[in-house]
Design a binder for this molecule. Structure first.
Ligand code: ADP
Ligand code: MG
Length: 250
């Protein structure tokens, strides 16, 4: 069992009368790129939100690296080594690009935001150097002093990835990392995520775009209407009639 990084057990979550997640059991193995796919409304984002402490499950538990995450605050889960990219970017639009990356590193180091004057936060030369290195990694270095609000949607997603990478997480959760990107930007993001894989980081990718899923995933879980309808390698999933039905009939 020691190669299981994340263990989701018997998770249920309802919104009023709607069962968004029914008895979800899921194991994420060390070093894998594990995709969670499924039609719109299947419960993918809800599952991710339960894992990172943004939503409490009604029943069940999530264990990361032997530690129970259920009931913990998102910042605590982040400090334990879980980084995430949400469907809507979670960035400070009034700061520069490099400052956002520095903030992500400080959040991991110090936990819940201790408010201090922004000016004093950005005086750590070593931190700035590391943040620039991460921006280079995601292809955003030339934008480092831009006002973040001016970035394109694709560049904001790349910035979020740099913010995750500076935290050196053990587990990276991505909710539709290429949503809204051009084909060119999508391919650049796929290349970047492949490079991260070579470093051994475990990833969970929630994704709609099958091109992205089949380029990256080595294991796939298929959700439909809050339940897992199939699991397996990309080849297993590609040929699975239940999966085709869920997509076409959904
Ligand atoms: P996916 O990410 O697979 O598209 P979601 O997890 O966002 O699906 O949503 C699953 C279902 O739960 C949908 O029917 C959605 O409308 C519903 N849902 C999600 N979040 C909420 C919420 N905060 N309140 C009420 N219903 C929600
Ligand atoms: Mg979603």
């Amino acid at each position: 069992m020691e190669d299981i990084v994340l263990n989701v057990s018997d998770v249920n979550k309802s919104f009023g009368g709607l069962r968004a997640l029914s008895n979800i059991n899921l194991q994420i193995e060390q070093g894998r790129t594990h995709a969670v796919i499924g039609p719109n409304g299947a419960g993918k984002s809800t599952l991710l939100n339960v894992c990172v402490g943004r939503l409490p499950p009604d029943t069940g538990s999530v264990v990361f690296d032997g530690q129970v995450l259920t009931g913990r605050q998102p910042y605590e889960i982040n400090q334990l080594g879980v980084a995430r990219v949400f469907q809507t970017p979670d960035i400070f639009l009034d700061l520069t690009v490099v400052q956002n990356v520095e903030i992500a590193a400080l959040a991991k180091r110090d936990g819940a935001f201790k408010f201090r004057p922004f000016k004093s936060m950005f005086k750590d030369r070593e931190l700035t150097g590391e943040a620039e290195h991460m921006l280079e990694d995601v292809g955003l270095l030339r934008m480092k002093d831009e006002h973040t609000g001016n970035l394109s949607r694709g560049d904001k997603r790349r910035l979020e990835l740099a913010m995750c990478l500076i935290q050196h997480p053990r587990l990276l959760l991505l909710d539709e990392p290429t949503a809204g990107m051009s084909r060119h930007d999508t391919n650049r993001t796929i290349d970047l995520l492949k490079r991260i894989k070579e470093r051994g980081m475990t990833k969970v990718i929630i994704e709609h775009d099958m091109h992205v899923v089949f380029s990256l995933a080595d294991w796939i879980t298929v959700l439909a209407q809050g339940t897992i309808i199939a699991e397996g390698t990309p080849d297993d999933i590609r040929g699975n009639p239940k999966v085709q039905e869920a997509y076409l009939g959904g």
